[in-house]
Design a protein around this ligand. Structure first.
Ligand code: PMP
Length: 437
């Protein structure tokens, strides 16, 4: 290979390992990537949970091309451009119930999370509750890689190298339990009581010190952990009881992954803020956003009537014109093609297909919801993650892109997927798992 694989410090990837077996992608179209050695690779992960409408969709490509030639950039502080406003209005209308009224833009899921955490703390402060600064996340939660995100996040490897992190953070227990929940179809029955831990944390610190709870409605990056029946309802009720803001990190669950616009609709629970990214632009142009429910923005504006407090936070690329154009075109595609509905209709087929892998070697759990699934493999003694990595490599060689975290396979195909693609995913995985030692 002529490409020099040295200078680029790859994220979450050991260059040395990558170099030994480089997987370079050269092109993409709809459900497939083309590898550098010109093989078709079925995309079982929508890129990285983001290309929900499939790759290189002409409408989105054209919108970006048109925008960059027309208005390439506009400063977002004290200035604006129409698309940013148009997009915000369209986004909040996607959530039923007329509950949200503002959208704050960033460039990634991580930035959306940092923004939401800061808004939460500032919100309490402008309302005269400056003592509410504590944040509560969850074990095995992934909220990006900012200091706020890794602090509320619950993944040891992402935290342990980076010092003391944010003070005043607690973690709820995660809800994964092989003894009670293995091979659940959809939401597991067991585990709602784990939300009661929030009561314990509130009792320990007093509600007057707690700003917000942040959770992924379905935890994605740590291997697709589906919330037990009643769990999110309990979190919502406890947050309401104590005036704590509830933030849903929908960076993965947003934009149709569960067959509804957002998980909030799927579960019928309204959080106070929602963070999104990824599928907002179909992965084409970096963008993240926070949706805030009615009353949050107003608290800033009303805090001192004659001198409303602005939010001292934002990015050079907040509401970037290319991202806005890409997002608007993406929403058109989702809508025109009924992709969320399509995902909903295929969810049952997906569930049965994925669970058909139950009896294959090493499989100790399978979990699913909407068009997402996790397949957990037993770790090889003394070598956690090795089996997962070998599975990823074999799938790629056989023509399927999967994602693994440790020994858990995560699948989240583009929502344009058809039954024959699902069959193909299952067939390739079955073949690979049969041979895996
Ligand atoms: N939150 C969640 C739930 C995510 O899944 C991710 C990314 N996988 C992030 C935040 C961070 O997003 P980004 O990588 O765009 O910063």
């Amino acid at each position: 290979m002529s490409t020099n694989l040295e200078a680029y410090w790859m994220p979450f990837t050991a260059n040395r390992q990558f170099k030994a077996n480089p997987r370079l992608l050269a092109a993409a179209k709809d459900m497939h990537y083309t590898s550098h050695d010109n093989r078709q690779i079925l995309d079982g992960t929508a890129g990285l949970w983001c290309v929900n409408a499939g790759h290189c969709r002409p409408k989105i490509v054209e919108a970006i091309q048109k925008q960059v030639a027309h208005l390439d950039y506009a400063p977002p502080f004290q200035m604006g451009h129409p698309l940013a406003f148009e997009l915000a209005e369209r986004l909040i209308k996607m959530i039923p119930g007329n509950h949200f009224d503002r959208v704050f833009y960033g460039n990634s899921g991580s930035e959306a999370v940092e923004s939401a955490l800061k808004i939460a703390i500032a919100y309490h402060r402008v309302r005269g509750e400056a003592s509410r600064v504590r944040l509560i996340g969850r074990e095995r939660g992934y909220h990006g890689v900012g200091f706020g995100g890794i602090s509320v996040g619950g993944i040891a490897t992402n935290r342990k190298f980076f010092g003391s992190l944010l003070p005043g953070v607690d973690h709820l227990p995660h809800t994964h339990n092989l003894e009670h929940n293995a091979f659940s179809h959809g939401q597991p029955e067991w585990g709602a009581h784990l939300a009661d831990e929030l009561e314990r944390i509130v009792t320990l610190h007093d509600a007057s010190t707690i700003a917000a709870v942040i959770v992924e409605p379905v935890a994605g990056s740590t291997g697709v952990l589906v919330p037990p029946v009643g769990y999110l309802e309990k979190l919502r009720a406890i947050c309401d009881k104590y005036g704590i803001l509830l933030i849903f990190d929908e960076v993965i669950t947003g934009f149709g992954r569960l067959g509804t616009s957002f998980a909030t609709e799927y579960f019928g629970i309204l959080p106070d803020m929602i963070t999104v990214a990824k599928g907002i632009t179909n992965g084409t142009v970096p963008m993240g956003a926070v949706f805030t429910r009615k009353g949050i923005y107003d608290a800033f504006m009303e805090s001192t009537p004659e001198n409303a407090i602005e939010l001292f936070h934002g990015y050079t690329y907040s509401g970037h014109p290319l991202a806005c154009a890409a997002a608007l075109a993406t929403l058109d595609v989702y809508e025109e093609e009924g992709l969320f509905q399509h995902a909903q209709e295929l969810a049952g087929y997906w569930e049965n297909a994925i669970h058909s892998l139950k009896d294959l070697p090493h499989v100790i759990d399978i979990r699913n919801l909407g068009l997402v699934a996790g397949i957990e493999l037993a770790s090889r003694p003394g070598k956690p993650g090795a089996r997962g990595m070998e599975c990823l490599e074999s799938c790629y060689e056989t023509g399927l892109l999967i994602r693994t975290t440790g020994d858990i396979i995560a699948l989240s195909p583009p929502l344009i997927i058809q039954k024959e693609h699902i069959d193909q995913i299952v067939e390739i995985l079955a073949g690979v798992l049969q041979k895996l030692i």
